[in-house]
Structure formats: structure tokens, C-alpha cells
Design a protein around this ligand. Structure first.
Ligand code: GAP
Length: 516
């Protein structure tokens, strides 16, 4: 059923206008998708629900809508820029990715001591070196002894390990250039004048990079950094007191090496992130709060809450600056996959930006009369991944009896708040003033800002099925009785039960159901 389910959802997405392959008539673009008329509504409804619950219904979180293109120094400070022009290496032990040319130099054959933040991490590292690298070391407290530097001439910039991956060029960020003058012109002239003659490999690349570097800008790979960079402006302009959060949602871009599972991992996607600034020492409590809060939020809109789980990161998965991290995962057809990460990022990002910019990114607590650099708890969710999750969670097939035997009914059991169309209004036949009455009902809904659709195409049963398939929670039908007593039928998508209500009460009835 599982892969089958994915194929059925992908097919429904195209057929009914949720998600299309980008530039399809030109053969499509790898891993790029367009959200169609129903898809954009579903995505917006998820994001609006997030904004309402994270910002509008709280006093301690404010919003931000930052530029997608930021100053290139932001990405230097955050570590994202490393790897564009310089080869990067992954430490096989602590997983840190670092620039080979800035790593501590150690001569081949020299003894090195691996160092970790605490004994727990040292124990985990000992197992990793033993099982994954096949080398026996000895642990003394927070240190591992007995390693010998290889002929690379350097060790891990964080833990000192000589157990490293190959050097590789990572281009996670999309690069562009800011300014009207195309740097390629200057580059072409330099090539023509023979400036690059005799240069090869890294030297050639570094020289070419120098021509594009001045104007180089990057599409943000996460929304988070703007919240750190604007911490001071937001705090001072609003006079909000720590603990408080800054929330942002919007597009992020990553040149992913592997793109997979439809919109699960794409190069352009949307995130919903919040950085919650708190006093060091209170961070564990806030971590507990946010991981439960976020888990409850995803489950609130789900048909199958048991398909969501909270998974603590194993010590070896943690970034070296993170004190703790939990992934909120969904049981996708191919297995558990990340939907949101809730991380304790400590004061790492504020300290980094303070160092690179020279700005003092501190907070003065007037009550305690003391300054500190806040710690940060970050719930970082994927909005486009949320679209896929709720489509999979809602997709349902059932056998129903018809006049001719049985048939398969496809129902998208989307939570009414997420459903793209809230109500469909249908005249039973296209005569006897029924279409006019139905249109008047649609207008009444639209005037209240409730998404409603008029539908008169095909037999009524077919129309119901069409709306079941796109998740419309309620259908209203104008029929012969309406003409006598001004009542209409209201049909429930999930139970298919029908009852009559006054036509004048239609809007208040649906408003009540939406609030329920
Ligand atoms: N600021 C932290 C951060 O960006 P992340 O785990 O890299 O953390 C957060 O991203 C969320 O963004 C993920 O849990 C996932 O839902 C979503 N996401 C990340 N990369 C994605 C991609 N290539 N395609 C779709 N969604 C993605």
C-alpha cells in the first residue's frame, strides 16, 4: 500500500491542481514544483495556522519578514559560505564540516588527542572510532588518546580527530550577483588577456572566484539567520523582554545533492521557523515546553496522530554547538522522516554574528540589572513538507455501494481548517431558479471570507465525489424542497450523512462547524 499511496497522492495532486511539476511543458525542472489553485490554499492554510498559533495568539513572539538575499557576511558567520570556493572536509567522529585550509596543522605520524565537551560525548566518539573507523583508542575522561595524524597535514577543527572524509566542494547555497554589471564580462576579459595561463586546480578556481566574489550574493538556505541578525533591532524597537521569540516563514533554497520523494526534499521550499531567546539556565525548561507544544500542533490537524513522533537526536547526530535536538517525524510511506527540528542552539549564533559584525548582541535584564547573551531554542518546521504530510495523512479510500454494485470512494479527510475549499454549493438541476439561489448562497459565504465554490457540472453524486477527493468538508444542495420551504441539505464529507437546515442559517452553521 505504501508506495502505492505515494503514487496515488502524486497523481491526485496533478489531476486536481494541488501540485504540478515546474515548467512541465519544457520537460520539467529537476526538483522544482508549482502549487496549483488547491495546493496554494492548503499551503497557505497550514502557514496561516502556524502564524496564528505561534505569533497572533501569543504575547511573547513577534514576527519578521526579512530579505531572501542578505549580506554575504551573514553566511560567512553562520558557516554556510565555507565550501563555496574552498574544499570542505567532514570529521567522521564529531561530524563537523570545516575548511581544510583553516584546520589545525599536524605533521603526519604525530600523536593527537581527541577532545570533547564532556565524558558522554567522548564515550560516543570512542564507539564511533572503533566501529566505523576500525581503530582502537583509549579514553581518559573527556579525551581519547592513541590516534596518529595521517598525511593530510591537519586534523578536525573541533575535536582534533585525524579521521576525516575526502576534501569536497559543497555548494549548498544558490549564488547570484548583485549589481547591473555582469562579473562574467570581467572574467572573460581576464581569460582573453591570458591572466589565468598556467594556473590549474585550486589556484585557478581561487583566481576565478576573485572576479565574482565582489558582487556575489546568495539565496538564503534557511530563514533562521535573519532572526539572529535582527535580534537587537527587534528587541529594541518593541521593548519586548527576554524570554521572547522572533518568527518568520517563507522561501528557502538549497542546492540539495539528493532530491527525493516529490516535494519532501526540493531545492526551493518553505520554512516556518522561530528563534526563542531565553536566559541561559532556563533553556532546558523552554526546550521541554517547545518540543511538546510543537508536537501537539502537528497532531492537532492529523487523522492519525500516532503517525507523528518525537525523536531525540543521538549524541553523535548533534551539531557541536547544539545542546540538544528533537526531530518531529512523520511516518512517510518510505519510513520515518523529519518534519520539524526543535534545537537548543545555545548562544552560538548570536556570539558568531557579534564576532563577525562587531555588534553587541546582548540583552540587558532590567530586573536583575545584568547583561547576558541569550540562549536560543529553535523550532524549525517545513511548510512544504507539511503539505505532503497532511495530504498523505488525509488520503483515504473506501468501498461504497451504488445502484450498480460497489465503487471506491476517494476522500481527502483534511482538517476543515486546512481544506482548500470549505463548502461547495450545488443546485440539484440547472433550472427552477435553483442556480440563482445557489449563487446567492456562495456570495454570502464569500462576503464572510469563507472559501466557497459553486458547482453545477454533472450528476449530483459525481459532484459529491469530486469534492470528497479534494477534501471539501461540506456540500450544500439546493433542491425542489428549497423552493417550497427555503431549506437546503448539508452533506458531511466523512460520514456522507445529510440533514436539512434553513438556507438563511447556512453561513452561521458552517462558521460554527469551522470553529468546533
Ligand atoms: N534553521 C534550522 C534549519 O533550517 P533544517 O532541519 O535544515 O533546520 C528545518 O530545516 C525544516 O525545513 C526541516 O525539518 C524540513 O521540514 C524543512 N526542509 C529542510 N530542507 C528541505 C528541503 N530541501 N526540502 C523541503 N523541506 C526542507
Amino acid at each position: 500500500m505504501s508506495n502505492d499511496l505515494m503514487q496515488k497522492v502524486i497523481s491526485l495532486c496533478k489531476r486536481r491542481g494541488f501540485v504540478f511539476q515546474s515548467s512541465e511543458i519544457y520537460g520539467g525542472l529537476r526538483s522544482a514544483y508549482d502549487y496549483g489553485p488547491l495546493g496554494i490554499e492548503l499551503k497557505r492554510n497550514i502557514m496561516n495556522a502556524w502564524w496564528r498559533d505561534m505569533v497572533h495568539s501569543r504575547e511573547d513572539v513577534v514576527g519578521l519578514d526579512a530579505s531572501i538575499i542578505m549580506h554575504p557576511r551573514v553566511w560567512e558567520a553562520s558557516g554556510h559560505l565555507a565550501g563555496f570556493s574552498d574544499p570542505l572536509v567532514d570529521c567522521l567522529v564529531c561530524k563537523e564540516r570545516f575548511r581544510a585550509d583553516q584546520a589545525p596543522q599536524v605533521a603526519a605520524g604525530e600523536a593527537v588527542t581527541l577532545r570533547f565537551a564532556d565524558k558522554g560525548r567522548a564515550k560516543v566518539a570512542l564507539t564511533v572510532v572503533n566501529e566505523q573507523v576500525g581503530v582502537e583508542l583509549q579514553r581518559r575522561g573527556k579525551e581519547l588518546h592513541g590516534a596518529i595524524a595521517g598525511d593530510r597535514g591537519y586534523v578536525c577543527a573541533v575535536c582534533n580527530s585525524p579521521f576525516l572524509s575526502e576534501e569536497r566542494q559543497f555548494n549548498l547555497m544558490f549564488r547570484s550577483s548583485l549589481g547591473a554589471v555582469d562579473p562574467m564580462g570581467a572574467l572573460a576579459s581576464a581569460i582573453e588577456s591570458g591572466e589565468f595561463e598556467g594556473l590549474t586546480g585550486g589556484d585557478l578556481r581561487a583566481k576565478m572566484d576573485a572576479y565574482t566574489k565582489e558582487s556575489a550574493v546568495y539565496l538564503r538556505p534557511e530563514t533562521a539567520q535573519a532572526m539572529f541578525v535582527q535580534f537587537q533591532n527587534v528587541q529594541q524597537s518593541t521593548a519586548i523582554k527576554v524570554p521572547f521569540g522572533i518568527a518568520q516563514m517563507g522561501k528557502s533554497f538549497r542546492n540539495e545533492i539528493t532530491v527525493e520523494h516529490f516535494i519532501f526534499r526540493s531545492c526551493e521550499f518553505e520554512q516556518m521557523e522561530m528563534e526563542f531567546f531565553c536566559e541561559p539556565g532556563t533553556d532546558d525548561e523552554w526546550m521541554d515546553y517547545w518540543k511538546s507544544n510543537r508536537m501537539a500542533w502537528w497532531r492537532k490537524f492529523a487523522n492519525n496522530p500516532e503517525s507523528f513522533r518525537l525523536r531525540p537526536h543521538e549524541p553523535e547526530e548533534l551539531a557541536h554547538y547544539a545542546k540538544g535536538c528533537y526531530d518531529i517525524e512523520y511516518l512517510f510511506p518510505w519510513g520515518w522522516g523529519e518534519l520539524e527540528g526543535v534545537a537548543n542552539r545555545t548562544d552560538y549564533d548570536l556570539q558568531k554574528h557579534a564576532k563577525y559584525s562587531g555588534a553587541k548582541l546582548e540583552y540587558f535584564d532590567p530586573q536583575q540589572q545584568k547583561k547576558f547573551v541569550p540562549y536560543v531554542i529553535e523550532p524549525a518546521a517545513g511548510a512544504t513538507r507539511g503539505v505532503l504530510t497532511y495530504l498523505l495523512d488525509a488520503y483515504h479510500e473506501e468501498e461504497v455501494s451504488t445502484a450498480k454494485g460497489t465503487d471506491t470512494r476517494v476522500v481527502l479527510r483534511l482538517h476543515p481548517e486546512l481544506a482548500p475549499i470549505k463548502v461547495a454549493v450545488m443546485p440539484l438541476v440547472k433550472k427552477n431558479n435553483m442556480p440563482e439561489k445557489a449563487r446567492a448562497v456562495v456570495e454570502a459565504f464569500l462576503a464572510r471570507g469563507i472559501s466557497a465554490k459553486y458547482d453545477e457540472q454533472h450528476a449530483i453524486g459525481k459532484r459529491y465525489r469530486r469534492h470528497d477527493e479534494v477534501g471539501t468538508p461540506w456540500c450544500l444542495t439546493i433542491d425542489g424542497e428549497t423552493l417550497n420551504d427555503d431549506t437546503i441539505t448539508i452533506r458531511d464529507r466523512d460520514t456522507m450523512a445529510q440533514r436539512r437546515i434553513d438556507i438563511d442559517a447556512a453561513v452561521t452553521e458552517i462558521e460554527g462547524l469551522l470553529r468546533a
